[in-house]
Ligand binder design. Sequence first.
Ligand code: 5GP
Ligand code: ZN
Length: 134
Amino acid sequence: MENCIFCKIAGGEIPAATLYEDEDFRVILDLGPASKGHALILPKVHAANIYELPDELAGKAMILAKKMACRMTEALKCDGFNIVQNNGETAGQTVFHFHMHLIPRYKGDGVGLSWTPGTLSEDEREEILAKMRA
Ligand code: 5GP
Ligand code: ZN
């Protein structure tokens, strides 16, 4: 897609620090890292978000995320690992080309990916179940 920065990076038109590449994906270091080693999995084909991502690529992306998590944990000696994927402005997406964040975690790193737990009321539970089963 024209004027999509991640299409250009994934396709090699704009250089980026590449940790891994195959025919479907490029994995690059994030320019504004949450932690040391924060990387992004970019499919080479344009899909704005998970809703548009072909099933086959969705499956491959998850397998690649697992491989990268194992390799990065070994190489960077991190203590934990977050895999984050945002869809839509409301969910924090800022670049509208599907990507998965690979975020190595280190004890005391202060990376904030948490929320305050609410409560699940009976009404809400039943409403959601009814909607999802409709
Ligand atoms: P989002 O908020 O859409 O889930 O994540 C976008 C991510 O892309 C951010 O973490 C941001 O730092 C990163 N980013 C934005 N532009 C570039 C770029 O040109 N190069 C690289 N390597 N990362 C970028
Ligand atoms: Zn794109």
